[in-house]
Design a protein around this ligand. Sequence first.
Ligand code: 26V
Length: 840
Amino acid sequence: MPDQAFTGTHPSPGQPVDELALAEIKGAILGKLRLAIGKDAGMATRHDWYMATALALRDRIVHRWLSVEKQSYDAGRKRVYYLSLEFLIGRLFTDALNNMGLMPVFEAALGDLGVGLSDLRKCEPDAALGNGGLGRLAACFMESMATLSIPAIGYGIRYHFGLFRQIISHGWQQEYPDEWLRLGNPWELQRPEVVYLVHFGGSVEHVDDKGRDRAIWHPGETVQAMAYDTPIVGWRGQYVNALRLWSAQSPDPLNLDVFNSGDYLGASAEQARAEAICKFLYPNDESPAGRELRLRQEYFFVSASLQDLVKRHLSSDGQLRSLAMKAAVQLNDTHPSLAVAELMRILVDLHNFRWEEAWKITVATLSYTNHTLLPEALETWPVELFERLLPRHLEIIYRINSIHLALAEARYPGDIDFRASVSLIDERSGRRVRMGQLAFVGCHRINGVSAMHSELMQDTVFHDLHHLYPGRITNKTNGITFRRWLMVANPKLTELLREICGEAVLDDPSRLELLEARASDHAFQQQFRKVKHHNKTMLARLISERLDVLVDPAALFDVQIKRIHEYKRQLLNILEAIALYQAIRDEPQKDWVPRVKIFAGKAAASYRFAKLIIKLINDVAAIVNNDPVVAGRLKIVFLPDYNVSLAEVIIPAADLSEQISTAGMEASGTGNMKLALNGAITIGTLDGANIEIRDHVGADNIAIFGMEAMDVTVRRKQGLDATDAIRRSPRLSRAINAIGAGAFSPDDPDRFASIAHALRNLDYYMVSADFDSYHAAQRGIDARWQVQPAWTRASILNVARMAFFSSDRTIREYAEEIWNVPVRPAPTPTLSAQRGLAGG
Ligand code: 26V
């Protein structure tokens, strides 16, 4: 029996490991190796050791899991259900070890067995069940909910293939399948007994049941959802929650009639059709038009999850009237919006509720987070597809809509435009169901993910709905888990912080402010720089291994890591790099600040322009990196296959964080928080959470440039193009000309003609319009870098003032203001944290 007493003890570095514990962990690992993997130490591969160690660790987590699960049920606690089509988890091994406080004992045990822990962590494939920010946020939230002892279940889909692997071949992105489950997944527990039937298609029969509007759905197709649970352990191992992912299968896996007729392939066609639902993760930055499989995924996971939580509620409370008191269901974007109609169906059709009461329960139970304002990203589905796949849900949506439109009419009589704008059905270009409007109407709270984004929601996409349902929109600024993004990713900095701020800083990030007193201290600055230098050396090693490019850890590491998208403006960054390159060639003797520009990110497979930007970065890199005139003072690298694990290496090594989206377009950003927490100084626009980062770190410790959201709106309304900006800036004009003339693509001079054209004409993303301001801000960065004590001070102050961006704070706000669930009390804040924001 594993000894649970080991959990929650967090030895300080250098503290000796308990001999008994060591012997037990060694025994546990060897036991798993023999009995679960079927190998002995002599024949085990590194991967076998990883599996055995992960299983030994999982046992210790599961013990804790079962006991907190029992406690929370016995206490009848309210539970949070986080519905998300994406969970971008990355690796669990070190994160779980760290949270359990078992890192030293496992490291020592493995050492005694002749195995290196750091080698083992690399055996784990990233769980990349997400595209980017939205999915990573869900993963941070799961960890914070466990840390705050909030009983919660994360519901999603167990995709066979996660986000594609990116390979760069001759500078171009190529996509390959991500077979993350190929060698098995030690963290998950299959639950073959937890299965639910999910129906599609067919017809609807109405029953006249004393005006209750009940219906009986006769589905045309049925699939089965089976649960797989992954334990998510919180900080200090005190609490554990489940991530429950659904896998799809046919209830009728082999059609024996067809099989016996000799059609062996046809006999399993049903199974293949069902399994398609959980085959792969959809890219989030493609337009959703007409993708039937995606709608099937959405309903599949919503239906299975709601059946699961309703069953749980019934088994403890015996009726559904009290559902909202015991369950808070959070919809991560509109992908689970069908929950509104499905919960109504469950209550009205299956449990005989009157419509009005069912509606009250539904609205009180559900809440929705919006993650983007981009009009092309707002999900809608053709009515015709809905009718074919989910006929009863369409009826329910029509009924919700008619009551909702009656309210709109009562509020603004005769205002047809208002009604059209708030309607759940878009009648403009073919009839379509609007998932954002559906979620808004069916949820008691709708939140944006940064202060600016929540304001813009009220002013733009949800302007009219906000007037009809005032008080529903609220802001919950995103956050990140400091355990993964500081403690696991940057152990050296963490050690330094423990020394200066005390052990309590691990539990209470507001103690980071104790760094402020040391920000100008010469000796401390040296220690701080030494940590950064170490992390940069590690990244330089990775760059040399993966790209065969040598970079100097003493240079300024300038980092832009995120999905490739026009609005995120990697193009602005590379354009400025071109201008810098040209300037260095003009005056090679000048005292240039050595810089390494580091890019990483994936483009959606069908997003041609984004893929061309990747090619441009690589083509520019090839020329700049090999130009003897530059002599290494500018290096450009594009690291392929960006994922959580790569981020964990890049972020601690960054000096400069590029957060340069067109103002008004990035809902929040979370990479911006991770980089600042690790001491990178931000160069950014007033967009998303950058604004709040500025408010916290102080305007002197961040480089803000460019147009503001309002300027962008005005400029777009004026219909201005880039002509003036280019005429005013010889530097910009020269850089664009070089791209357009094929200076970086001599083998195909027209390759980047479309990029030059976009920059010269419409300039929708304001790359040309913002260029001069960005260029000036970069030269300001150069100047600051040359005064290292001042740079280091600003970097330290960034770390010191980031406490607000802990996802524990975000989850606390959700818990108090949306879910109404109790949380573990916050540690007593330090005095100045109570005073409010940091000064300049
Ligand atoms: C979707 C689409 C679809 C159509 C084409 C353009 C486009 C661009 C982006 C998206 C993603 C929308 C959902 C998303 O991932 N939002 C991100 O959520 C993060 C967590 O709240 C937030 O930090 C990011 O700013 C936001 O982009």
